[in-house]
Structures are given as structure tokens and as C-alpha cells.
Design a protein around this ligand. Structure first.
Ligand SMILES: Nc1ncnc2c1ncn2[C@@H]1O[C@H](COP(=O)(O)OP(=O)(O)OP(=O)(O)O)[C@@H](O)[C@H]1O
Ligand SMILES: [Mg+2]
Length: 392
């Protein structure tokens, strides 16, 4: 359970830490803060289950801020710790959505009982729906670098932000994504998820994935063509819905073919990255792919070009690619044969073996862009809510 503790009082914070950790250290993850000022930001960033707040912080109008938090995040429980709480204060606290008011000095058993009540409520409720951002990688031709980019962007996103990231390898015929970030063959794949689709839930999903980092997992593609036949479009629909509810970013390696299964996945995407290189065959196939995506009804703004293995001074210039495809290139990824080959051959993410390689840097920039985009989406919601609140 994730808990934010808010108090300017160091001793009280220590007491809370001690009493919760002594109850069951592994169950709680605690974040500490000194006051109410940045409560919106901390709540948005940390996504807590419980906020424990010192009554001192809510004196003089603070209950109003708490009420807004309770309204915006109905799944978050709030406990106030207060010295000599009056009946009026208790009533106002309960009306603002606070779950419990405990007396100070703190009785450890009272706090543990209150936290256990929240824990019980959490276990009885359906998991929160996260609505993760879905980003698909489609190679315009074989060997474009789509898998390498999808895997390494996913890894960098997870490593550099606190986001929960999933990579789904939906390349049914040639799927090899898991081997780009991990050096052994997985025991479960997408085919196992498809076979057990009727009992697919968050725990089956996570146990079918290979965990690469605590916040990054990969669902491997079926190991052969025979087991790939078990995967049907309706399975992809169910898989995507569940994954989106569990992860902040869902990256998908689509492979290079558009079929009923990959189109089902594309239906859920926020961004479709088309990966190409600076040669005529890639440009030709990108044109076909863009046309196909347009006929399938995907919005133009959703589709973005990633020009991989880019080198200045080639026969075909960046501007030629853009003119031929009538579209700006979203990002160029430099050519870096040695570092990329080492990463691919060892099954180790490029950031681990070549931190300052230009390819690593370019992927870090894409990751930052995605994280900023997700934050901006959250805060524009916040801005409009605060603006709305200020009208009253
Ligand atoms: N920026 C880069 N610089 C140098 N080499 C690269 C770069 N990106 C990819 N490569 C090389 O290209 C090869 C093919 O990459 P990858 O397997 O990711 O392509 P793909 O589009 O997924 O291919 P497939 O269509 O077979 O799935 C990799 O083995 C890697 O060595
Ligand atoms: Mg591939």
C-alpha cells in the first residue's frame, strides 16, 4: 500500500514510519512531505492509496484542499491526526471525505487498525483503472529497427521515470523482443495468455510476463507459428484493455504486417511510430503503410515517423524523406553500429552498455517527451479543475 505522510513534525513522521514498518515492512511504501502546499502534485505523482495528514496542516482552510483531493481521487483514503479535535472539526472532516480522525499523541494500535481498515477496503475493491498511454512500433520493412527501438525506449522510460511500463510483443511470426533486453528464453508467452483468456486477470498477466525491472515487464511473442495460431483478434482486445488498466505506458511491437490481430492492437493506440530508414525501399513501403493506416481510419496526428540509422550527408536527405511522405519526421535516431550491435547481441539494453551513445541520448529525448506529454495531460485536467473551483 502506498502512503503519503504529511506533517512538519519530524518526530511524528518517525513514529508513523516505525509503527507501520514494525507491523509489516514489506506491505507499505511511504512518502513524506512537510505541508499541504504541493498536495495536488504529490498525489498526482505518487498515486497513493492513503494520505495520513497532521491536523496542523489542515487548520485554516486546509480541509477545503483535502475535500478537493477526496473528490478528484475517490480511491484515496485520508486519515487526519489531531490533538483535541472538536466535534465541529470532526463533522467537517467527515463531510470533506476524510475516513478517520485519530487523536494525538498517536497510539500505535489505533494507527495500525485504521490503516488495516483501508487495506481491507483496497482488497475488496476492483483494481484502479490507470488508462496507460499506448505506443505502437511498426516497421515499414523488415530490419528497420522497430523492435530495437521499442524495447530500448520501454526500458529507458521505466528506468528514468517512475512509470509502470509494459512491452507487448505482438509480432506473431517473427517476435523476438524479449531477447533484446534479457538473455534467456521466457517460460510463458502471448500464446499462454491466449489459451487462458477466460481467466485473464492482472495476476495472470503479470505472471505471464518477463520482469526486466521492478516497473518494466515484457510479454513475449509465441515461440513458433503453431502456437501463434492460438492468438486471435478478440484476445488482443481483452489483453490490451487489461494492460492499459495496469500500466502507465504500454509499448507494442507490431512487426511489419497489418492483419486482423495487429489492427485490433492499433485500435487502442495513442501513437503509432512508423520506423524507416533513409533508402528508397523504406520510403516506398512507408508510403504504402501510411496509406493503409489512413484507409483504416487512424487519425493523421496519431501517426509519427521515426527515421532510424540516420546519417547526415547521405544520398537521400531528411527533407527528401519528408517531401516524399508529405509528413515531418518526428525523430531521427542516429546510426551507431557498434553500440547497437553490442546491445542486441548481448541482450542488454543500450543504456546499460553505452550510456552516452547518441542512440541512447535520442531515445532518452523521446522518453522525456512522452513523460512530459503524459504530465501535461494530467495538469491540463488539474488546471481546468482549479480554474473551475476558483469560479465559486
Ligand atoms: N540506430 C541503429 N544503429 C545501428 N544499427 C541499428 C540501429 N537500429 C537497429 N539497428 C540494427 O538493425 C537490426 C535490426 O533491428 P530490429 O530487429 O530491431 O529490426 P525490426 O524492424 O524489428 O526487424 P523485423 O522486421 O525482422 O522484426 C538490429 O539487429 C540492429 O543491429
Ligand atoms: Mg522486429
Amino acid at each position: 500500500m502506498k502512503i503519503i505522510v504529511i506533517s512538519p513534525n519530524k518526530v511524528l513522521k518517525e513514529e508513523i514510519l516505525h509503527s507501520l514498518k514494525s507491523a509489516d515492512a514489506a506491505r507499505y511504501s511511504l512518502v513524506f512531505d512537510d505541508g499541504l502546499n504541493d498536495l495536488w502534485q504529490v498525489t498526482a505523482d505518487e498515486d497513493p492509496d492513503l494520505i495520513i495528514i497532521d491536523g496542523l496542516c489542515v487548520e485554516g482552510g486546509g480541509l477545503c484542499a483535502l475535500e478537493n483531493i477526496c473528490l478528484r481521487y475517490p480511491d484515496v483514503s485520508v486519515i487526519i491526526l489531531s490533538e483535541n479535535a472538536s466535534t465541529e472539526f470532526l463533522m467537517a472532516a467527515m463531510r470533506s471525505g476524510v475516513k478517520d480522525v485519530l487523536s494525538l499523541p498517536l497510539q500505535i494500535s489505533d494507527l495500525q487498525a485504521a490503516v488495516n481498515r483501508v487495506d481491507l477496503k483496497l482488497k475488496q475493491t476492483v483494481p484502479k483503472s490507470k488508462k496507460g498511454k499506448v505506443i505502437a512500433f511498426v516497421g515499414s520493412k523488415g530490419g528497420s529497427g522497430a523492435t530495437f527501438l521499442a524495447c530500448n525506449l520501454a526500458y529507458i522510460l521505466a528506468e528514468t521515470s517512475k512509470a509502470k511500463v509494459a512491452l507487448l510483443d505482438l509480432n506473431l511470426q517473427f517476435g523476438d523482443a524479449v531477447l533484446f533486453v534479457n538473455d534467456h528464453v521466457p517460460s510463458n508467452t502471448l500464446a499462454d495468455v491466449a489459451k487462458n483468456i477466460k481467466r485473464l486477470d492482472a495476476s495472470l498477466l503479470s505472471s505471464s510476463m518477463v520482469s526486466i525491472l521492478p516497473n518494466f515487464s515484457v510479454l513475449a511473442a509465441p515461440e513458433d507459428a503453431e502456437s501463434a495460431q492460438d492468438v486471435r483478434p478478440e484476445h488482443i482486445d481483452a489483453l490490451l484493455k487489461l494492460t492499459i488498466s495496469q500500466y502507465d505506458f504500454v509499448l507494442i511491437d507490431i512487426g511489419r504486417t497489418l492483419n486482423a490481430t495487429s489492427v485490433k492492437a492499433l485500435d487502442h493506440t495513442d501513437i503509432i511510430f512508423i520506423v524507416l530508414q533513409e533508402t528508397l525501399p523504406f520510403i516506398r513501403d512507408s508510403k504504402r503503410l501510411l496509406h493503409a493506416l489512413q484507409s483504416l481510419g487512424y487519425a493523421k496526428e496519431k501517426v509519427k515517423l521515426v527515421l532510424n540509422r540516420y546519417e547526415k550527408g547521405g544520398d537521400i536527405r531528411l527533407v527528401d524523406v519528408e517531401t516524399a511522405l508529405d509528413m515531418k519526421v518526428f525523430k531521427t535516431i542516429p546510426n551507431s553500429y557498434q553500440a547497437v550491435s553490442a546491445s542486441v547481441n548481448q541482450g542488454v539494453p543500450i543504456i546499460q552498455i553505452a550510456k552516452s551513445d547518441p542512440v541512447t541520448k535520442a531515445l532518452q529525448e523521446v522518453a522525456e517527451n512522452l513523460v512530459e506529454g503524459a504530465k501535461a495531460k494530467k495538469s491540463s485536467w488539474l488546471d481546468s479543475l482549479l480554474h473551475h473551483a476558483s469560479l465559486f
